[in-house]
Each structure stands twice: as C-alpha cells, then as structure tokens.
Ligand binder design. Structure first.
Ligand code: FAD
Length: 496
C-alpha cells in the first residue's frame, strides 16, 4: 500500500463548504488538498454539461439573499459581484403560485413587497388577511428574541408557535407551503427558532436602510459565474483539487485521539497534519461514525432534486419570464420552477437545438401525484415526466406545449433502480433541519484532535441549508484547524 504525505490539510469533499475551508486555509499559508468523489467540484451547487461541454442545466437553481454576508464577501473578494443580478419575479399567490421578491435595491424591494402583499390578499377574506398579519407578527417577534431563548424556541415547531390550527385553511396552507418551498422545512417538523432566525434576519436585511437587499440570482450557470473564477483563485493559492477520488476510510491512532491517514477507493493512504470532512451528512457518518451525534440528524436528510426540460420557443408555452423561482402552491409534489431564458440570462448562448431550460425541483417526493397517483419516488422516469407536465399544466399560470420539449434531463444524483424501474433515493440529499435538533448539530471541532467537520448540517448562525450556511461552516472549520495548528486565526473572517 502506498503512503503519501500530501498537504498540511486534507479536505474530503469539494462542495461549497469544502471549497470555503480550502480557500481560508490557503490564505493563511497552509498547503491544502481537496479530494472530491465526483468528476467536478461544487457539490449541490454545481451544474452539468454534456461530453461536448454543452450546458445541460443546474442542480436546482441558485438564489442568494441580502443576508448571505459570508457568500457576498466571497463574491467581493473574487471580484465577481457583477455576476449577481437582482431577481425579477413577481408574486402571484392568488393564482396558487409564489415566487421570489426582487432585489434591485431596498426601496424597490419594499415597494414590491407591498404590491405583492396586495395582489396576494385582494381576493381573499378578511379572516385570511388578519391571520396572515398575525402570523407574520409572531415570526418577527420570535426573530427578535435573543439566542438565549434558543433551547426553548428550538423545541417548538413552527405550527405550534404560530398556533396554525386557529387560522383559516388558506393561511394554514400558505405557511405550510412557503416554509417548504423557501426553507425546505415542514411547519410540523421545523423549529420556530430556525425559521425566525432565517426569515427575520433576511427581512431585516431587506428592509434596513443600507441593507443588502432581497434576492439575487447569477447571470449565467453557476460553474461559469461563480465556481470557475473561484477555482482559478484556489489554483493561484496552490490548492490541489483531486477529482474522481472517493475517500473510503478515515484511519485513527489506537487511542482515537488523532487521524493518521485517509484511505482512497484504490487503497492508497494519504497523510496530512489535519483533516476536514466536508461531505454530505450521510457520507460524514459513514466516514466518522459517532462524531458529535450527527447520526441523530439522519432522518432530516431528504431528497430535494429534480429535472430540466430543454425547450424550443413555442407561442403556446406559458412560462415565467425573468430570474425568479416560482413555486406552485397547488402542486402535491411541491414543484418549484425557474426558467432560464433570455429574460434571465440575456447574453447566454444555449446549445443550438434549444432556446431555454425549465429547471424543476420536486420538494415532496412522498405525496401522491394528481394524474399518475403515485409518489415521485414510486414513479418510473416516464411517469415522473408525465406527472410533472400535468402538474405544471394543471396550474393556472403556466402551461407547456409538449412539442416544444427537445429533451429532458434528470438530475444524475437521483438514484434509479433499473430492476424495480423506480427512483430509490439521491446521492446528494439536503439537510432539512427539524425541531429540537440544533443541539445535535456538530461543531466544527470533533473529539479527534486533528479532525474537523463542515457542511450545511453543522452548527452555523445561518441555520437553513444553503450556500451561505455551507460557506460559513467552511470558514468555521478553517478557523478551528488554524487554531489547532497554532496559526493566527484573526485572518479568517466569519461574518454574522
Ligand atoms: C436542488 C437544490 C437547490 C438549492 N438551491 C439553493 C439556493 O437557491 N440557494 C442556496 O443558498 N442554497 C441552495 N441549495 C442548498 C445548497 O446548494 C447546499 O446547502 C450547499 O451547496 C451544500 O454545500 P456542502 O458543502 O455542505 O455539501 P455538498 O454540496 O453536498 O458537498 C459535499 C461534497 O462532498 C463530496 N463527497 C461526498 N462523499 C465523499 C467522499 N467519500 N469522498 C470524497 N468526496 C465526497 C460530494 O461529491 C460533494 O461534492 C440548494 C440545494 C439543492 C439540492
């Protein structure tokens, strides 16, 4: 078996958290090597190309809020802030759809917020209107409670805190769906602490004078607008990125106080002074069983993924224009869609045979569909497509002419059992935090002296799984690693 000392720090996983940790450590002068199991870095925020390098679509879609202090600082540092654009979607809740709020500046944001609010409620009864106001007031109040109240608030579900049963059906369903769509949390499972902290801080940043605004999206695919410029900088700093390298094992000393090495799939052993696990939750548990109770979070690791339609222009297609996310409140699979067309990316050239991409995420994989009457997880590929198209056409605002579909492309991280002819899971699940879990989320430090962890599921100020929480966690793991190695940790910034 070969032994190799590769760097001061080895990072397992090259998603947002692993790249962030690598960046911070390289800046303080350490040598860093990333080992990434797939053929490219980026993890859940990457997009896909075919073998000829043609863009196939995003793994989901990328939305940034004004509250992403760490991520926005990274964009500034890389000099790519212009690659973010204000989102331009509208709210159409009265027609069973929500979508994100634009971010041009705070004034236009607030104006749109009021306009959307009016659009939303002008056709509803007074009970719904008052119910909504009362629930929003409660969320804002919870966001103002101090983190001292964390233990109490983290043990109360959103539904309990809002006393959701008291509201009329529309308001109940509105909160249920918006929480799922915007935060990937269920009001009966997520804690009010999680929601209040995220929504409250986001709203205050959006409305604060001089704040950073509402929502942003990228001006082209994530790899081109964000990941590639970042990789260039990491290369400049000497970070070694090893793709298609799966880490199979972490080998510790007999007293379990130190990691000695990691073992790759081919049996090769690699040494370093420190190691950082930056994988998804399930992989982290397999690599380091028992670290900081992370196993307790496993039921909150869920499929959150979808499909891309490559479309030719058609006069009968009714699809969103502009750069927002649109969530269909009347869809049992809780479908959200983003339309990457000239309205979203005016200068982007797609492959010659299609004009735009409709990117779909299914949030609820267990609920029965309307047409096929099966859950998304129980469908075969063709049934999945048929049901998605049916749910989009069923929704009042949108429709797709089937003849405009050039092809569809299912997210390759979705696992498909060819014998059973159905979906069986995902290799890239999302951590959807649940009530009472905050105390179980691992810190960046572990009981093993030279082993650290980061990732969306670890303890961060920004608690909802996102590029921001992953970026923050990478910075935290870098700081802990630098401290262990006796370096000046002041240089590693965490923006709260
Ligand atoms: C569909 C979808 C839409 C989203 N939309 C948004 C959005 O609009 N805005 C937002 O802020 N966030 C969004 N998110 C969330 C955000 O993308 C993630 O929270 C974040 O990217 C997670 O980063 P991470 O580093 O924690 O994990 P990951 O991205 O999962 O990275 C983990 C990496 O580790 C690698 N790995 C795993 N096991 C091993 C191993 N044994 N050896 C080597 N490498 C390994 C994986 O291949 C992967 O690259 C979305 C997520 C999804 C799924």
């Amino acid at each position: 078996m070969q032994n190799e000392n590769v760097a001061d720090v080895i990072i397992i996983g090259g998603g947002m958290s692993g790249l962030s940790a690598a960046h911070e450590l390289a800046k303080v002068g350490l040598s860093v090597a990333i080992y990434e199991k797939s053929d490219n870095v980026g993890g859940k925020m990457r997009n896909y190309y075919d073998e000829q390098g043609k863009y196939l679509g995003e793994h989901g879609f990328r939305v940034f809020t004004g509250r992403y202090f760490n991520t926005l600082a990274l964009f500034d540092e890389l000099g790519i802030r212009n690659n973010l654009q204000a989102s331009s979607a509208n709210h159409y809740l009265k027609d069973c759809m929500i979508s994100c709020i634009p971010a041009k500046n705070n004034f236009s944001g607030i104006k749109t917020l009021f306009k959307n609010f009016w659009l939303k409620f002008k056709n509803l009864g007074i009970k719904d209107f008052l119910g909504y106001i009362s629930a929003v007031k409660k969320i804002i109040k919870a966001s103002q409670l101090s983190t001292k109240d964390l233990d109490v608030l983290d043990n109360i579900t959103i539904a309990q805190y809002l006393e959701i049963d008291k509201y009329p059906p529309f308001t109940r369903s509105y909160f249920h769906r918006t929480c799922r769509f915007t935060n990937a949390i269920d009001i009966n499972e997520g804690s009010i602490f999680c929601l209040a902290q995220q929504t409250g801080s986001f709203l205050s940043e959006a409305t604060r004078f001089g704040g950073k605004g509402f929502l942003y999206s990228l001006t082209s695919p994530t790899t081109e607008a964000f990941i590639n410029p970042w990789i260039n900088e990491l290369n400049r700093l000497g970070v070694k990125i090893n793709k298609n390298k799966t880490v199979r094992e972490i080998i510790c000393t007999d007293d379990k106080k130190q990691v000695k090495s990691i073992k790759l799939e081919d049996g090769k052993l690699l040494h370093a002074k420190c190691f950082i696990i930056a994988t998804q939750l399930e992989e982290a548990i397999q690599l380091a069983p028992g670290i900081n109770q992370a196993e307790l979070l496993i039921n909150s690791h869920k499929i959150f993924s979808g499909i891309q339609f490559h479309l030719k222009e058609s006069s009968t297609n009714k699809l969103p224009k502009g750069s927002g996310i649109h969530s269909l409140l009347d869809s049992p699979w809780e479908i959200s869609l983003a339309h990457q067309d000239k309205g979203m990316w005016p200068d982007y050239k797609f492959s010659e045979d299609f004009d735009s991409i409709l990117s779909i995420v299914i949030t609820c994989w267990l609920e029965k569909g309307i047409k096929i009457k099966k859950s998304a997880l129980d469908c075969n590929r063709e049934e999945l497509i048929e049901e998605i198209l049916f749910q989009i056409n069923y929704h009042k605002n949108f429709s797709i002419d089937p003849s405009s579909i050039v092809r569809w492309y299912i997210d390759p991280t979705l696992l498909y059992d060819k014998e059973k002819n159905k979906f069986v899971g995902s290799s890239s699940k999302l951590y959807c935090p649940r009530v009472g879990e905050y105390k179980h989320r691992p810190d960046s430090v572990t009981p093993i002296d030279n082993l650290f962890v980061c990732g969306e599921y670890t303890k961060t100020v920004y608690q909802i799984s996102s590029m921001e929480s992953a970026n923050e966690s990478g910075r935290r793991a870098a700081k802990a690693t630098a401290k262990y190695l006796g370096l000046d940790t002041e240089l590693i910034k965490i923006y709260e």
